[in-house]
Design a protein around this ligand. Structure first.
Ligand code: FES
Ligand code: FES
Length: 180
């Protein structure tokens, strides 16, 4: 089997591995590096479950080979927590606003939104919906995910304590909505 050396930085750690040339980046992250927060759903770029950051940009790792990531900096969902192990603002907002979906799709949402909020610090609801429209979940709605992102923006803007009751979740509204 044709193998090549891949050297990259993942979540701040330099790694080097000899891998099969055709190994997917998702498989490299999950199987070689044991970072299983990055999930594999459709494996053809549709669902967003495999979203990571590549040099700060969100990408679908199922559409890349591991060898194509040689020399890059990768961030996975495992990188999001604060240094002391607590949830970062985005994760805490998802928790508080009931934006957490299943463990399968949530990491992808978090990584997509992480990238999005770097580009747009004060998005409209429409822009948030557009940003997450490439992350698929058919189990429930997107309403509380949108609220989670809005709360993150609010928290970052005001630096208010996350314990303040700024998220008013209406469970009845957390039903499937059309994302256009
Ligand atoms: S597994 Fe990559 S987009 Fe679905
Ligand atoms: S795919 Fe995760 S809750 Fe639907």
């Amino acid at each position: 089997m044709n193998k090549r050396i891949v050297a990259l930085t993942i979540n701040g750690v330099d790694v080097q591995r000899k891998v099969a040339s055709r190994m997917l980046l998702t498989d490299f992250i999950r199987d070689e590096l044991k970072l299983t927060g990055t999930n594999v759903g459709c494996e053809h770029g549709v669902c967003g479950a495999c979203t990571i950051l590549l040099n700060g940009e969100s990408v679908r790792s199922c559409l890349m080979l591991a060898v194509q990531a040689d020399g890059y900096e990768i961030e996975t969902v495992e990188s999001l927590q604060n240094d002391n192990g607590t949830l970062n603002t985005l994760q805490q907002s998802f928790k508080d606003c009931h934006g957490l979906q299943c463990g399968f799709c949530t990491p992808g949402f978090l990584m997509t939104v992480t990238s999005f909020l770097k580009e747009n610090e004060d998005p409209t609801e429409e822009e948030i919906r557009e940003a997450i429209s490439g992350n698929l979940c058919r189990c429930t709605g997107y309403a509380n995910i949108v609220k989670s992102v809005q709360r993150t923006v609010q928290s970052q803007r005001t630096s208010k304590s996350l314990t303040e009751p700024v998220c008013h979740t209406d469970h009845k509204q957390n039903e499937t909505v059309q994302i256009s």
